[in-house]
Write a protein that binds this ligand. Structure first.
Ligand code: PLP
Length: 478
C-alpha cells in the first residue's frame, strides 16, 4: 500500500517536471522571447532599438522634433528587446515563490535563475556571493545600511563625491566620516587611507563612478585599503553598470568588493528593478528592517524564524517585470560589449568637452585633458549666464540635460567653490534655486552628430540668455 502511494507520488512529480520543462522550452522558443536568439546588437546599430528615440515632442515655438536625450545618468530609455521580453514573459506570469501552478513554477524559476546572471555580470561567484533584488540603488543601499549597521556608533567612511543615496543612508544610521577629493575632483586616496588609519571604520562606501564628473573610482584599490584596516567595502554601482565592465573580483582576494548595488533603470530597463550582490556569510548574519511575507520559515504565537539571504532581504511580493527586464538588459549590454561602449563614450566626451571649452566663459568641471577615467558624464557652466536659464532654453530647443547639484550637494559645492553658507543662503532665499551646473550624460545610442547639434544649440541658447538677462540674472555659482 505504502509502496503504491510512493510510486504514484513519484510519477506525478516526474510528470510535473516534464510539463514544466516543456513549458520552459516552448516559451523559450516563442516569437517574443529573445533569450536564445543571437541578435547582433552592436554599438553601431543599438540606436535602432531604443524605444522612443524618434518620438517627436512639441517645443515651445510649436514645432515638433525628436529630442536629443543627454540625460542618461538620471535614467535611460527602454531598449525594444527589453520591453519585448517583459511583455513576452507576462504570458507565463504567476506568483513568485508562492503559488501552486505551472506558471508560478515557470516565473519563480526565471526569477531565481536571473540571480546567477546578475552574479556573472559583476564577476561574483555563487559560492561566496548572493544576489537579492531591490527597486533601485537607493532602496538597495538603504536595505543594506539597515541590515549592516548594528550600532549608531559604527563608523562608515564615505567620500565627498557620493550621491545622497550612498551618504544619507549611512548618515541617518551611524557615524559617517569622509575622504576628501583632490584638486581635479577625483577621490583622494591618501585622504581615504588617513581616515582609515585614524578611525575604526566598519564599512567603506564609495561610488564606482560619479554622476557629476563621471570619474571612475579605483574600487579595487579602495577595497585593498579597506581590508587592510579591517573594514568591508560597499560599492554604489549606479553609474558604472551601463558604461564599464565591473568585476567584484580583484587581482588578489584583498581587492575583492564585498557589496555592490545598482539600478536597472540606468541600464535600459526602466521597470523598477535593481540588485545588491554581497557576501553571503555577512548577509546571513544580518537582516534589513523590512518585514513581511516570504522571509520566514515559521511564525508562532511567540516567535518568528527567518530564512537566509536572499529571501530574508526580499519581504513581500517581488517586482517580476523589473527582474525580467534586468536580465535582458544584461544580455544586450554584454553583447554590445563594454570595450565598444567605453570607446564610443570617450569619443563623445572628447568632442563635447573640446566644443564647450571653445565657448566664451566656459567651465567644464573635472579633468578635461586626461578623460580616460571618466564615463560619459560632462558637467559645465557658461559663467556669464544663469545655468537654470540656460538649461531651460536648451529644453525649449529640444535638448534634455539636467541642471542643479544632482543629489550630490557636497561634491558640487566643492567643484563650484561655493561655501556651504552661500549654498544655504541661495536655497533659503527661495527664488534662486540651488547653486549648480548643467550635466550632459550620454547613453550608448547617442551620436557625434547629436553632440555637434547640441553645441550649436548651446551657442544659440547662450546668446538668448545674455539678451534676456533681466529674466534670470546671473549670480555667482548659479
Ligand atoms: C551614483 C549614484 N548613486 C545612486 C543613485 C540613486 O539611484 P536610484 O535613483 O536608481 O536609486 C544615483 C542616481 O542618479 C547615482 O547617480
Amino acid at each position: 500500500m505504502k509502496k503504491s502511494i510512493f510510486l504514484k507520488r513519484l510519477l506525478s512529480v516526474s510528470l510535473a517536471a516534464i510539463v514544466s520543462l516543456h513549458l520552459l522550452t516552448s516559451c523559450g522558443n516563442g516569437e517574443k522571447n529573445t533569450q536564445d536568439e543571437t541578435s547582433g546588437y552592436t554599438i553601431d546599430n543599438i540606436r535602432e532599438y531604443v524605444v522612443g528615440v524618434d518620438e517627436k515632442v512639441e517645443l515651445e515655438d510649436g514645432s515638433k522634433r525628436a529630442i536629443i536625450n543627454f540625460d542618461n545618468a538620471a535614467t535611460t530609455p527602454a531598449l525594444q528587446p527589453v520591453s519585448d521580453e517583459v511583455e513576452a514573459q507576462m504570458k507565463m506570469y504567476g506568483s513568485i515563490g508562492r503559488g501552486f501552478s505551472k506558471k508560478s513554477d515557470y516565473s519563480t524559476d526565471l526569477y531565481n535563475n536571473t540571480r546567477s546572471k546578475v552574479l556573472q555580470f559583476v564577476g561574483a561567484d555563487e559560492e561566496n556571493y548572493t544576489c537579492f533584488y531591490v527597486n533601485n540603488t537607493t532602496d538597495g543601499l538603504n536595505k543594506l545600511a539597515s541590515a549592516l549597521i548594528t550600532d549608531e556608533k559604527d563608523v562608515v567612511l564615505c567620500t565627498r563625491m557620493e550621491h545622497h543615496a550612498n551618504d544619507l543612508s549611512w548618515r541617518e544610521r551611524c557615524k559617517v566620516i569622509y575622504a576628501e577629493i583632490d584638486k581635479q575632483g577625483r577621490v583622494d586616496y591618501k585622504s581615504l587611507e588617513k581616515m582609515l588609519k585614524k578611525n575604526k571604520v566598519k564599512y567603506v562606501a564609495v561610488t564606482a563612478a560619479s554622476n557629476v564628473t563621471g570619474y571612475v573610482t579605483d574600487a579595487h584599490r579602495v577595497a585593498k585599503l579597506a581590508h587592510k584596516y579591517g573594514a568591508k567595502i560597499i560599492v554604489d554601482g549606479a553609474q558604472i553598470v551601463a558604461h564599464r565592465k565591473f568585476s567584484m573580483i580583484g587581482e588578489t582576494p584583498e581587492e575583492n568588493i564585498d557589496f555592490f548595488v545598482f539600478s536597472a533603470h540606468k541600464m535600459y530597463s526602466p521597470y523598477g528593478g535593481g540588485a545588491v550582490v554581497g557576501l553571503t556569510s555577512v548577509l546571513n548574519k544580518h537582516m534589513p528592517e523590512f518585514y513581511g511575507g516570504g522571509i520566514v520559515t515559521i511564525v508562532t504565537d511567540q516567535e518568528q524564524n527567518y530564512k537566509n539571504a536572499p529571501a530574508s532581504y526580499e519581504a513581500g511580493s517581488p517586482n517580476y517585470p523589473g527582474v525580467v527586464g534586468l536580465g535582458k538588459a544584461i544580455d544586450i549590454l554584454q553583447e554590445v560589449g563594454f570595450d565598444a561602449i567605453s570607446e564610443h563614450e570617450q569619443k563623445l566626451n572628447r568632442k563635447l568637452i573640446d566644443g564647450i571649452l571653445k565657448m566664451d566663459n566656459a567651465v567644464v568641471y573635472g579633468d578635461t585633458e586626461d578623460i580616460s577615467d571618466r564615463v560619459g558624464v560632462v558637467t559645465f557652466n557658461l559663467t556669464d549666464v544663469n545655468s537654470y536659464h540656460l538649461a531651460a532654453k536648451l529644453s525649449d530647443y529640444g535638448v534634455a540635460t539636467r541642471r542643479g547639484a544632482f543629489c550630490a550637494h557636497t561634491y558640487v559645492w566643492r567643484l563650484l567653490g561655493v561655501p556651504d553658507e552661500q549654498a544655504k543662503e541661495y536655497v533659503e532665499c527661495g527664488d534662486a534655486g540651488v547653486p549648480g551646473m548643467i550635466r550632459v550624460s550620454f547613453g550608448i545610442y547617442n551620436t557625434e552628430e547629436e553632440v555637434d547639434e547640441f553645441l550649436s544649440i548651446l551657442d544659440k541658447a547662450h546668446g538668448e540668455c545674455l539678451k534676456e538677462m533681466e529674466i534670470m540674472p546671473y549670480r555667482p555659482g548659479l
